[in-house]
Write a protein that binds this ligand. Structure first.
Ligand code: SAM
Ligand code: SF4
Length: 325
């Protein structure tokens, strides 16, 4: 479907939990989650919403959280979404801690690709950033995932004065393994408001200086706004998602379903539609068209752009863990 600005909306991020096994500094440093289990959508409810989303032309789904792999049986959701008639793609974003043990079941269920969040390759720094000593598990999962042949990306958020020196070691992970390494600018959402983002334009300059012969790679590599570069001799690509210094709202293709069933129109604002109220009401036969109508209306009325450059206009109060990134 197209929204009122003519943008194609075909992608839904689905958060399946607001809980997590890590405590990342710019996401959920104290690990607080107030949500009771009965407030969280069941897998059946999520699938019912996804079916209605497909009626609206939304055919690509990303499972996220909190940490999606802490929710039991998430592979059954992958399978159920894959089985919907119009699904083009089901992918996941995870911190990678539980990924290696879950990988066979996820692949068996048909997962198309996985994004793994990793902000440093230094063990002590990883522990400081995430609150846990799990770096080896994550590195091992990245290798296992790439070797299993599933499309694998690493997402890193660099913060000046914290982990900016992790840029080169993270870039080098794309040298040996066929994984794309992407650098995401910190957004002023939740705990991100207290941090300072790295300017991706400076990182691109550093990449070009470190690796002469680096060239832009215009080939699309997913659903997102990343801009990619090919480094000579590298198995993977290096990508940059520059929400602050390279605003890409004019090509935004997504809506976000929170774990409590709220359909968000934009990361920056709290507006959207309460789909849980619909999916928990009335007869199933009547619900499908109500859901379709609500999704179409919310998606077509997405705001034109975020206001990260004008913090006073940001209305979203939740943390990134409650939104799904
Ligand atoms: N637990 C999963 C993970 O870590 O990939 C999925 C959810 S997590 C909220 C999704 C992504 O959002 C992570 O890559 C995380 O680094 C990123 N993130 C969290 N807060 C952010 C912020 N303020 N700005 C940009 N990215 C942020
Ligand atoms: Fe958990 Fe992901 Fe947030 Fe880290 S970024 S606390 S792994 S949800």
């Amino acid at each position: 479907m197209r929204d009122r600005f003519g943008r194609t909306i075909n992608y839904m991020r689905i958060s399946v939990t607001d809980r997590c096994n890590l405590r990342c500094r710019y996401c959920m440093p104290d690990g607080i989650t107030k949500c009771a289990m009965q407030e969280i959508l069941t897998y059946e409810e999520i699938v019912e919403i996804a079916q209605a989303a497909e009626d609206c032309g939304i055919t690509r789904f990303k499972i996220t959280g909190g940490e999606p792999l802490v929710r039991m049986g998430v592979e059954t959701l992958v399978r159920a979404l894959k089985d919907l008639p119009l699904t083009e793609q089901v992918t996941m974003t995870t911190n990678g801690v539980l990924l290696e043990e879950k990988l066979p079941a996820l692949m068996e269920a048909g997962l198309d690709a996985v994004n793994i969040s990793l902000d440093t390759t230094d063990r002590e720094k990883y522990r400081q950033i995430t609150g846990r000593d799990c770096l080896q598990q994550v590195l091992s999962a990245i290798r296992a995932s790439a070797e299993a042949g599933i499309r694998t990306k690493i997402n890193a958020v660099l913060i000046p004065g914290c982990n900016e020196d992790s840029f080169l070691p993270l870039v080098q992970m794309g040298s040996e393994l066929p994984v794309d390494v992407r650098f995401i600018e910190l957004m002023p959402i939740g705990e991100g408001r207290s941090g300072r983002e790295m300017d991706n334009r400076a990182l691109i300059d550093r990449l070009n200086t470190l690796y002469p012969g680096t060239t832009p790679d215009p080939e699309p590599r997913g659903n997102g706004p990343a801009v990619y570069y090919a480094v000579p001799g590298f198995a993977g690509r290096i990508g940059f998602i520059s929400a602050i210094h390279g605003k890409f709202c004019d090509s935004c293709n997504r809506v976000r379903l929170t774990s409590t069933g709220f359909l968000k129109q934009c990361l920056c604002f709290e507006d959207g539609a309460d789909l849980r109220a619909i999916v928990r009401s009335g007869e199933e036969t009547g619900r499908r068209s109500l859901l379709t109508e609500a999704i179409r209306s919310a998606a077509s009325n997405k705001p034109e752009a975020h206001s990260f450059d004008r913090p006073e206009l940001i209305t979203e109060k939740h943390r990134m863990s409650g939104i799904g990134g």
